[in-house]
Design a protein. Sequence first.
Length: 467
Amino acid sequence: MSGPLSLEPGGVESDTLALRLTAPRPRRALDAATPAEGPPAGGPEEEAVSTLAAELADSIAPAVHPYEVAALLEAEGLTASVIKERYGHPNLFSLAAALYERVPRTFPEPPPTTDLWRPDTPRCLLRGVLFALPALAYLLTAPLWQPGRHAPALIVAGIASWAWGQALGHRAHLRLPTGRREASGTLLSGSLLGAAVATSLAVLPADSAVAVGAAAAQSLYLSAASVLLVLARERLLLAALSPLIAGAAALPWWEPGPHLRAGLPLCTLLFTLLAAGRVLRAGRAGPAASDAARPRLLASLPYGLFGLAAAVLVVLEGRRQPYTVIALTLSMGPAEWLLYRYRGWSVAALRASATPVGFLLRSAAVLGLCLSAYLLLLLPAVLFTGSAPATPLLLAGVLWTALLLQAFGVAWPPAVLCLAAAGAAAAAVTVPDLPPGPAVLPAACAVTAVCLTACAIHRLGRPSPHA
């Protein structure tokens, strides 16, 4: 993945639950300082008060305190003399209290609005495919070198790029509201530095210049692809990947030869770099924000730590079942779609709830529905790979719930919990050439999934994150 999801189309208008929770119970009188004595029952003043209550009923009914009715009467231009002579009340507050008591409390539902969180289905599915397509480069170039021999360098560079991309994507999203130019500058400097860091770390386990070159090419591609994905240029990235797609699609019927096997991935890398450079150049040409404040680096740290933990967990699972990683990668498209669906359904649950407990139950049901749908969608792909479904599904649940919390700005709990799981699973790898013990990775994922789900129910089961 190339950075956190940005699910922020805007706030939601005030909802009925917020009104109901803040509305106090009706009182029979204001207090001793604002007497509610009024005209004698059945007199002409009483009829005048009833007529006024009927005329202003639509405006008085949503009031949560008599003082709001008093402000309404002032806006209507009622003077003290009119209040005494026509309505028989000694002052404005007395008449307001009488009107407040006569009109029943009603809190109208907000007008129907479009679903602000309706996902772009083709785009979400395309992103999942784009996460997996770069693996075709290894399929094309495998006869030219020994990928298994140089795998440690590629894995280290990939983990570093994943962690860096998550942090950089979050930082870029923080700068997008201040202007395209600021976000483009952050992506330009951050992507170049990230590629350099990932390549430098890959030098440590590399045993040849070929491994370093492959790690450098991988890091450059991931940096450029992250730029295009963060700036929502998925179709441009798909076009840049077209040489790689064409070469891989022709393999069953045609042997491209060593030159094309090496040239097509290099063309893809070049096209991706040019596309990212073009997008960043256009963004840098925009106007600068005069009062743009740089976000703190610490704000993006938990996103980078989560990316590091997620990459380690996926690599450990890949050591057990390599094809499971492909299934997990492709599932990131539906996972993103369900993240949007969760937010839209949560807003609908908020409008339909009348109490905090009612919304908590509805929110937990929406969470269970989305998470179950994601795991059921992933199950056939996992079974097709021939692996036992327990560990991949638990790992998928961890990743999806962590991304959900991050989408609501809850960053540190997922980072800490996933780091603990990754550390426990990695510590079980005592022999470099063997996968971890059969119970360590699934147990770590199971505990983490339970903790993340409990955190999501607690944090997202309140109205405030959805308002």
